[in-house]
Design a protein around this ligand. Sequence first.
Ligand code: LCV
Length: 267
Amino acid sequence: SHCMGVIPMSLVIAELEDSIGTITMNHLRKHNALNEILIEEIIAALKHFKKHGARVVILRAPPGAKIWSAGHDVKELPLTRRDPLGWDDPLRMVIRQLETLPMPVIAMIEGGVWGGACEMALACDMIVATSDVSFAITPAKLGVPYNITGVLNFMNATSRMILREMAFTAQPISAARAERLGMINYVVEKEELEQRVHTLAQQIKQNAPLSISVIKEELRIMESAHSVTPRMFERLQGLRRAVYDSQDYQEGLSAFLEKRKPQFTGE
Ligand code: LCV
């Protein structure tokens, strides 16, 4: 459709023009931390684009952003005795929306990508990043027991050794290294970013949307085809509960909120 539509929202700018939908995460005061409202607006924009026949979606921060997204809003994590990443957690919901959307989503990235935002970027179908960008997998830094679907999403994005290094050190890796590892499609200079993403979007847009959507869904189904028995699943959930019930989980969150280094004891 050729409708030029900007949907009025507060933390996100959503535009649909010539079958290309663009979502700009625009909550700069909080570095686009993935809170409930920001996620709700991203999901609303994705549904609007699907309804209006967009062929491709771009997910970005404003031009020149220093942080693409600071990841899960730590202030929205439950302090204890509740799964911090349960089925209905906003981060889980937006990742499922991105994965099941029938059209490709290009993550257009400037600025740092942290924690849950790293998984959200990797849940998109392509990533184009500027050379200043870094990616960090941070649960171990906060004492958070990541969830099994999230770990699978990371596994599908990189190799055994790299994922373990990123998850256990919680240190960011550069866009250049991510590209060398095949985790992202392109690293470009700032002035090339718009053009590179636009070219990809145009190439996708002129192809058959039904073919693309069925291939995307086949990939999603095959990537998640792992046989985990109920016994295995419940054992992992029990291990995760012990972590989010731990002192260390509370220490991780408190240290973040009090802006100090956490002292983890293994309790
Ligand atoms: C809430 C925030 C956040 C934030 N939440 O500015 O993957 S998991 O399991 O770890 C999952 C639970 C997850 O995604 O956790 C979040 C992972 N995110 C991170 O580790 C990044 C945390 N943020 C930072 O390291 C810094 O804020 C960056 C490098 C993003 C920006 O640093 P800068 O010095 O420019 P401030 O740190 O001063 O942040 C500005 C305000 O945003 C809040 C932060 O607490 C501060 O709040 P106040 O204005 O109240 O001081 N903020 C930043 N990230 N994820 N709040």
